[in-house]
Write a protein that binds this ligand. Sequence first.
Ligand code: HEC
Length: 163
Amino acid sequence: MTRSIMLVLFAALVACGASATPAAVARPPEKPPDKPAEPSTPDPAAAKAALLARERAAWDTAKPVFQNSCATCHSKAGKKAAKKKLDHFDLDTYPPGGHHTGTIGYTVREVLGLSGEKATMPYDAPGSVQGEDLAKIVAWTDAWEAADKGGAHPPAAPETDDD
Ligand code: HEC
């Protein structure tokens, strides 16, 4: 009887995720440590697809920030849109259009002051993207970089200017 009560208690503790296990009850065996980084999937196409899916999900989270802070100049419908701005960065497509597409994750980090240089965007209020908004963009640039390093992006034409 006492034993079954203990079992129920233990089950309840485990079920609600309590961290303190009563001394009287044996601890469940520790989870074995995660194996060191081995590719979790041996199928390269599936691995690339997973990287792209993560990048796209991060973009969807960051997109409202781009819409609020950038689209007025960097989307065709934006009030201050102009060819020159769209040629750099065009939010109407994914990946974003313009001649920076092949490096866009790094380029966006640069213009937002995440690479050690001063922020240059938004053009009319550089450095104004902050806090949670900036964190969402950072998360996207990280997912973009992971996909890029994982070979998930199509080979890009080299950049045609140096600004
Ligand atoms: C008020 C208009 C305006 C807004 C808002 C704006 N931009 Fe720009 N953006 C420009 C202009 C103008 C250029 C071209 C600057 C130049 O040639 O020096 C530019 C260029 C860029 C470039 C290319 C930079 C380079 O080094 O070649 C990127 C990337 C960019 N913008 C990203 C953004 C992002 C991200 C945002 C939002 C956080 C944003 N912009 C908001 C006007 C704007």
